[in-house]
Design a binder for this molecule. Structure first.
Ligand code: MG
Length: 257
């Protein structure tokens, strides 16, 4: 059911959405174990495509508004929407963001993570990853009945500010489930409008994108890759969350598959 500025999913729809979200989570959690220095980002994209197919799903991003890849692979100062390339060979000092969309049984799963290829990464990079992930979890805590979308935004912004990280404002979280992008938008900062009240059956993709710099971004000539203007490195974590009568249910929580 579509409201004016939000969507309530039926229990039948939620069955499909749960399966798709779990498949997306499996891909997200397998990739960091398989991606090695020396691989190209194109190989990461192909690997993700194979895992998605193995799980019986389809790549939800492929062809979406013309997006030309299976998943988004964004390295270092690239924030989101990176396209795997045969020319981009990963180095042990790189940090890699993967954003995965899976269509399965009519539902959609959307989730993202950022990982290092080297456990000995700098203190600055572990700070970036730790607090971007914390911002996501703090945002999710506010995804409860009776709150408004802005309560999620405020929790994310608070963590980012305290950690001294820049917030990417051009890209925001969103409703998700049957379509990849459903209302409402879920900004990672407080804006004038408080957004709709949260109701059981709403599914939100919450996805802070933070950087070590000021968070301002540009889009590359390929019309997709978004990178920071100041060249600072950025991180992106995303979960899909179902609003319930009680605690939020994280549909993309890691599964033992
Ligand atoms: Mg998303």
């Amino acid at each position: 059911m579509f409201g004016k500025d939000y969507v309530i999913h039926s229990s039948e729809e939620l069955k499909s959405i749960r399966r798709a979200a779990q498949a997306a989570a499996v891909v997200r959690d397998r990739l960091p174990k398989m991606v090695q220095p020396g691989m190209t980002t194109l190989a990461v994209n192909e690997l993700a495509g194979r895992i998605i197919a193995e799980l019986g799903g389809q790549c939800a991003f492929l062809g979406y508004h013309g997006f030309p890849a299976n998943i988004c692979v964004s390295v270092n100062d690239e924030v989101v929407h990176g396209i795997g390339s045969v020319n981009r060979i990963l180095d042990e000092n790189d940090i890699v963001s993967v954003d995965i969309g899976v269509t399965l049984d009519g539902g959609i799963g959307d989730t993202a993570t950022t990982f290092t290829l080297n456990e000995q990464c700098s203190g600055e990079i572990s700070h970036l990853l730790k607090y971007t992930h914390k911002a996501l979890l703090k945002g999710i805590e506010q995804a409860v009945v009776g709150n408004h979308v802005r309560d999620i935004s405020a929790a994310i912004e608070k963590v980012a500010r305290k950690a001294g990280l820049g917030i990417v404002r051009e890209y925001v979280g969103h409703g998700c489930g049957i379509k990849l992008h459903e209302p409402p938008e879920v900004p990672n900062f407080v804006c004038a409008h408080r957004g709709p009240k949260l109701r059981p059956g709403m599914v939100l993709a919450i996805e802070p994108m933070l950087s070590l710099g000021n968070g301002r971004v540009l889009t590359e000539k390929d019309h997709w890759t978004v990178r920071t203007i100041d060249g600072s490195w950025s991180a992106h974590f995303e979960h899909m969350v179902l609003i319930t009568e009680k605690k939020p249910e994280i549909l993309t929580w890691p599964k033992m598959m």
